[in-house]
Ligand binder design. Structure first.
Ligand code: SF4
Length: 364
């Protein structure tokens, strides 16, 4: 089982009001971050000889990086070997994408672009999400990627105040009519400490859809994209022509992955850890030849099994029935239409994927 490599690019031009990923707008820190990255890759290379089967350059906004900075990024991670046939994804914001930019990424070995379009409707894109790019930027970026033939994934967000299922279906239809072979569809969930999260808690922002409408929106996504040849292979992820994200599958299948950069997470099969969410503290520790961790845990055998069940409930491929400590509940859940049981595998139905967290409480 070959590992995956995640590189966190912690820079964004501006902070979106709902986002709680770690990123800063201080691009003057890019040289310090690149220095830290080279040190971290060199330090980890001994324990993680690879070869790495997937690379995911995420953020933050990796598409903010100039070709010069990207060259330094690839130089920094060069001690980590890649496997033949690797998948390499870069996350991009539409306003940074041009044919020339995409060609540069492909020249560096990238073969998959994950584009944060979020919506093709200005009501959701600009009014609800306050994103700085336009529907026109989305279309231009999609066309730029399509002209190069690179694999394209679109990130979409649903669950806006007042959004109806038919409006969400129409938004997805526009996404599916593009060159994209992968769509990630996430429900708008503002972090509690974000401006949108605080406004919602204070009752001064328009309410998000309630549970019933949110469930309808979730199910509509499967139907709308299903009509365009996409299959839901994970709670929030759809692919057509088998173009699943091999990197993200490693997270859900509990395969090892190494995360580099501030706030990046890692998992080695026995335990997981995350780096400090501060460019300066992370880089300073690496300057002393140390890692600066925010969190780490070793998992017991039972915790590992429970994780397999919880994560398997997020995947259409499911998990081996022998992993649950509550096999007596399976028949009842199958009868309720939440899952199917065959070949000793438990596979969630669309209704089961919607209720993955509740099912995990019963089966894990
Ligand atoms: S949503 Fe993306 S672009 Fe916006 S702040 Fe978060 S990481 Fe940056």
């Amino acid at each position: 089982m070959l590992p995956g490599l995640y590189v966190h690019v912690p820079f964004c031009a501006r902070k979106c009001p709902y986002c709680d990923f770690y990123s800063v707008s201080a691009v003057n820190l890019i040289p310090l971050w690149l220095e830290g990255l080279a040190r971290e890759a060199a330090l980890r290379a001994g324990d993680w000889p690879g070869p790495f089967e997937t690379v995911y350059i995420g953020g933050g906004t990796p598409s903010l990086l100039s070709p010069f900075d990207l060259a330094a990024l690839f130089e920094a991670i060069s001690p980590l070997r890649l496997a033949p046939g690797y998948e390499m994804t870069i996350e991009a914001n539409p306003e940074n994408v041009s044919v020339e930019r995409v060609r540069t990424w492909l020249d560096f070995g990238v073969n998959r672009i994950s584009l944060g379009v979020q919506s093709f409707d200005p009501r959701w894109l600009n009014e609800s999400l306050s994103r700085g790019h336009t529907v026109g930027d989305n279309m231009g970026a999609v066309d730029a990627v399509a002209s190069t033939g690179a694999s394209l994934s679109l990130d979409m967000i649903f669950g806006h105040p007042g959004q109806q299922p038919e409006e969400w279906a129409s938004d997805l239809d526009k996404a599916a009519a593009t060159w994209a072979d992968h769509v990630s569809a996430y429900c708008l969930t503002p972090g509690p400490g974000t401006p949108m999260g605080r406004a919602l808690a204070a009752g001064v922002a328009s309410k998000l859809p309630g549970e019933k409408l949110a469930s309808e929106l979730f199910l509509v996504a499967g139907e709308a994209l299903g009509m365009r040849g996409f299959t839901r292979y994970e709670v929030s992820n759809f692919a057509r022509g088998g173009a699943v994200c091999r990197h993200n599958l490693k997270y859900w299948r509990r395969e090892p992955y190494l995360g580099l950069g501030p706030s990046a997470h890692s998992f080695d099969g026995r335990g997981r850890w995350s780096n400090t969410s501060s460019v300066r503290r992370w880089a300073a520790a690496l300057g002393r030849g140390e890692h600066s961790l925010e969190f780490s845990e070793e998992l017991t055998e039972r915790q590992r099994r429970m994780e397999q069940v919880m994560l398997g409930l997020r995947l259409a491929e499911g998990f081996p029935a022998g992993l649950t400590e509550h096999p007596d509940k399976l028949a009842e859940l199958e009868e309720g239409g939440f899952l199917t049981l065959s070949d000793d595998m438990v596979r969630p139905t669309p209704k089961g994927l919607l209720a993955a967290d509740a099912l995990a409480k019963i089966l894990a």
